[in-house]
Design a binder for this molecule. Structure first.
Ligand SMILES: [Ca+2]
Length: 108
């Protein structure tokens, strides 16, 4: 009995070690996107409004010590319009879609 328990815990430890090495890689992109969306969605209602998006951009600029110019705001609004499809807010699914489209083009 003791030996079986020892073997079982050893096997468990090995499985944990093996799993730990690869766990992060798979859903990594999706997890990052979800984390980003959670930051954007300030009131956590499942969609990001233009005000939330602009506030996030403003905060990002402040964090980097950059001025949030009228030009930057115009660009942010344009990007928001693309992601929202013009209905005034975007969901996580819409953001994922917009980013997967963006990924096909080479940016910047
Ligand atoms: Ca929201």
């Amino acid at each position: 009995m003791k030996r079986i328990a020892l073997l079982a815990s050893l096997a468990g430890a090995l499985a944990l070690a093996a799993g730990g090495a690869s766990a992060g890689e798979h859903g990594d992109k999706a997890a990052k996107m979800e984390a980003k969306f959670a930051k954007l969605d300030a009131d956590s209602n499942g969609s990001v409004s233009e005000a939330e998006y602009i506030a996030h951009k403003r905060a990002w600029h402040a964090e980097k010590g950059k001025e949030f110019t009228a030009d930057a705001e115009a660009k942010a609004k344009e990007h928001f319009a693309k992601m929202s499809g013009g209905d005034g807010s975007f969901t996580l699914a819409e953001m994922k879609e917009a980013y997967s489209k963006d990924g096909k083009k080479s940016r910047g």
